[in-house]
Design a protein around this ligand. Sequence first.
Ligand code: ADP
Ligand code: MG
Ligand code: MG
Length: 209
Amino acid sequence: MSLDVEWALRWVRLSADSIAEARDELTELDRQIGDGDHGANLDRGFAAVRTKVDGLEAENVGDVLKVVATTLMSTVGGASGPLYGTAYLRAAKVTGIPELNAHAVVALLEGALEGITSRGRAEVGEKTMVDAWSPAVDAAEAAAAAGASPAEVLEAALAGAEEGARSTVDLVATKGRASYLGERSRGHLDPGARSTVLLLAAAAEAARG
Ligand code: ADP
Ligand code: MG
Ligand code: MG
């Protein structure tokens, strides 16, 4: 299965499905250490994205990612809107090519992480979505260097994100709304790390065809 514009469109639709299905789960996670709106924020955003890409005349993966970026920025709000918006925007800049090879997939993921860190200034260990994205990028880089296919790079990224998201449970938040709780933020999964896993799972699934 090639990682072309059709893949990007499948990724978007599967993301919207998955976020809609996980809306209550994300809400509950954010209720524990935030303000309980992460599920609603992302569901609103990805529902809008789904409508936007319907019938979109996109030439390449980058075109699709740019539409995702601008739509998320204008519909999601909160901390995660600008963060995910910038992630997709930076991801789009490095993928103006018709079909992604393994290194282009890595570049896409690196772009996303770079967007999130340039916007939110969080480092690994601060209990944010960066704790899922960073190991995802590391795992993707390692897989590509070992000769993995583009789809295998996405599977590696997903596994890295899952492990990274799990690691947020034991962390104390020092960025974002959860940081107001201090020590009481420990023992809970970060909502943005969880939504990151869902989005990367959708990317990997779209590549399975
Ligand atoms: P808000 O906190 O404004 O209500 P959301 O609930 O939609 O926004 O998103 C919360 C998520 O955003 C957190 O779980 C965390 O993963 C992420 N987040 C918050 N601040 C930052 C930051 N500075 N850098 C990276 N991610 C962050
Ligand atoms: Mg919130
Ligand atoms: Mg909020």
